[in-house]
Design a binder for this molecule. Structure first.
Ligand code: ADP
Ligand code: MG
Length: 617
């Protein structure tokens, strides 16, 4: 057989490399931003059209390139950033592979304009699918401007694989924010289809975080500082009561590079031990400076994971630094005096709510409570404040006891009914009484031919799910008007997602009176939830949708109804009085599909007399 191995032509090799480097428009943004930062830019402007699918332009005022460098920059493995293998161990730059521009130019139409300080004229180079189509001198300010048009124009499969504009824009914003958070001293802007999304002046870390994530962020931050031989830590963690339902606001930067580290994340979570509600995630912006020699950033192609020499020490230092900060914050409540009184409103309402148990369905109603958590948190605990536990806990425990006695009596009645006698007769006459609650988790009811055991949370989820679906698709639900509008803060991406869901949310009873970049004003909410639960419910919703709001009506409605139903449904561990039990049972069996919850889990089981007989055989 003749020899068959040959070297791939450059443009093919570049296209293959591009597959790794450029997954989506956001990857281009990341690479170009990093190049601008490596070129010591002090001002970087990003302009995109159609979520970067049509145009991505990054303009910087950095060092620029000479004519020869400009030409070279599109070659694969062409870099000014390292010369020797040893340089890999002392990297100070973001780039070093020399692959980005070559990869991008292989799969798009690229126009580069660049000029150095010394040069009189700049250079303009156009490359399409790895081919240089023109190269001319041009008038351009010092710095570099790169336009990337028609991304993936020559790989239709990749182009078709891209998600909706909204999703791709969110990815771009994520990358943009990561870079901007790591470099507060550089000014950044981002414009999409002519709308300015971010305009970030040079500032310090704290202010940059606030500029990006919204005005109220500042007061939620607790500073963290630690300087050791191994690592210098600075940055902020969010106060525990502002912990989010999703992992959206968690940032590690190592030597000014955004990284993901499940291990270090664990250290942060561990330092919050006992301060967080279940299933909530602390916010953090942590900047770690380590000796470049002690890390290997080479292990992951898109470079968000790195390997540390001494991970264990880092873990311990990080954990104790955060604990220390949180401790200081807890024992020094005066730090909290700056709190905006507005933020306390939902909390006050929550107290009120406990005092007025007039909700239609369940008065202990608490969609967010998890089993085993009772007593340390309560309804809408998203805003609960650790520093004043005594006040509300005592309030609540009074409530709880009251209900408990209440129900115990009923249960005794029920049992005595059962033992004393003409059970069947009684049941027939007064079927309303024939339920009781087991373990604060199951509703047990008798049937003609046996017994019925219903999972209360699943049943209620099914009921609410069908009701919400109906509200969203057929007739809007009534809403309860709020006395004072509720103002909620979300970050840019979250607000954008909520906007996409707005119409459906309004059908469920929400009334939004104002929406701007980072704040929602709500004047009406569904009747089944309380004001204090709104923020956490919406956060859970965002977490459930992750980044993707489906655009076909059905999946969107379905997902929305599932998420809200899950959040709003009464939890296991919640005591229900018999009216509440009855209510759930009756409504469950009026459902189209009572046997399964919306997540296809069994809602109830029956145990027939025959089966019982067998057990007693
Ligand atoms: P890398 O960043 O890994 O070196 P790239 O392909 O991203 O590889 O860039 C190749 C080279 O082009 C860089 O090493 C740098 O010298 C030059 N370059 C790229 N972008 C810029 C820019 N915005 N300003 C100045 N020089 C740049
Ligand atoms: Mg680069």
């Amino acid at each position: 057989m003749s020899n068959v191995i040959q070297l791939l032509p450059d443009h093919v090799a570049n296209q293959i490399a591009a597959g790794e480097v450029v997954q989506r428009p956001a990857s281009v943004i990341k690479e170009l931003l990093e190049n601008s930062i490596d070129a010591k830019a002090s001002r970087i402007q990003v302009v995109i059209k159609d979520a970067g699918k049509t145009l991505i332009q990054v303009v910087d005022d950095g060092e620029g390139m000479s004519l020869t460098d400009a030409r070279m920059s599109f070659e694969r493995h062409a870099t000014s950033k390292i010369k020797l293998a040893d340089d890999l161990f002392s990297l100070k730059t973001k780039g070093f592979r020399g692959e980005a521009l070559a990869s991008i130019a292989a799969i798009a139409h690229v126009e580069l304009k660049t000029k150095t300080e010394e040069d009189e004229v700049g250079t303009c180079i156009k490359v399409e699918g790895s081919k240089v189509v023109s190269q001319d001198p041009c008038v351009t300010p010092k710095g570099t401007s790169i336009c990337v048009k028609n991304l993936f124009y020559n790989i239709p499969a990749r182009r078709n694989f891209l998600k909706s504009d909204n999703v791709e824009t969110r990815h771009i914003i994520d990358e943009f924010q990561r870079v901007a958070l790591a470099h507060p001293d550089i000014s950044f802007s981002l414009t999409h289809n002519g709308n300015e999304l971010f305009q970030l002046p040079p500032t310090n870390f704290r202010q940059r975080i606030t500029n990006i994530l919204g005005g109220k962020t500042n007061e939620k931050l607790v500073p963290v500082e630690e300087d050791t031989e191994i690592v210098k830590i600075s940055g902020f963690v969010g106060k525990p009561e502002f912990a989010k339902k999703s992992r959206g606001e968690q940032f590690f930067f190592v030597n000014n590079r955004f990284i993901k580290s499940p291990y270090l994340n664990h250290a942060v979570v561990a330092s919050f031990e006992g301060l967080l509600k279940e299933k909530s995630y602390p916010t953090y912006f942590l900047y770690l400076e380590v000796d470049p020699k002690s890390i290997d950033i080479n292990i992951h192609p898109t470079k968000t994971e790195i390997k540390f020499d001494d991970e264990h020490a880092l873990y311990a230092i990080l954990k104790s630094a955060i604990k220390h900060s949180l401790g200081q914050f807890n024992v020094a409540p005066m730090l909290d005096f700056e709190r905006d009184s507005e933020l306390d409103t939902p909390y006050d309402y929550k107290n009120k709510e406990v005092n007025t148990p007039h909700i239609e369905v369940d008065r202990d109603f608490n969609p967010f409570q998890n089993e085993g958590n009772r007593g340390t948190s309560f309804s809408g605990g998203g805003n609960f404040r650790r520093e004043k536990p005594a006040e509300w806990e005592s309030l609540y425990s009074g409530m709880q006891q009251e209900t408990e006695t209440d129900v115990d009596i009923k249960q005794i009645e029920f049992e005595s009914e059962e033992v004393t006698g003409d059970l069947f007769g009684t049941r027939e006459e007064a079927p309303e009484k024939s339920t009781f609650q087991l373990h604060k988790k199951y509703i047990v009811s008798t049937l003609k031919s046996g017994i019925l055991v219903i999972d209360q949370h699943r049943a209620h989820t099914r009921v609410l799910y069908e009701e919400l679906l109906k509200n969203i698709t057929v007739s809007a639900a009534v809403s309860q008007q709020l006395l004072f509008p509720l103002k909620l803060q979300f970050n840019y991406n979250e607000v954008e997602m909520l906007k996409e869901l707005m119409e459906s949310l309004e059908q469920t009873g929400f009334i939004f009176s104002e929406i701007n970049k980072e704040e929602l004003e709500i004047t009406g909410i569904p009747t089944l939830i309380s004001e204090s639960e709104v923020q956490i419910l919406l956060e859970q919703l965002l977490a459930d949708f992750e980044k993707d709001v489906p655009h076909d009506g059905f999946s969107q409605t379905d997902l929305l109804a599932k998420s809200l139903a899950k959040s709003m449904a009464v939890r296991s561990g919640t005591l229900l009085n018999s009216a509440e039990q009855q209510h759930i049972v009756n409504r469950l069996f009026a459902c189209k599909e009572p046997a399964l919850n919306p997540f296809n889990k069994t809602v109830f089981i029956t145990l027939s007399v025959d089966e019982l007989d067998k057990k007693f055989a």
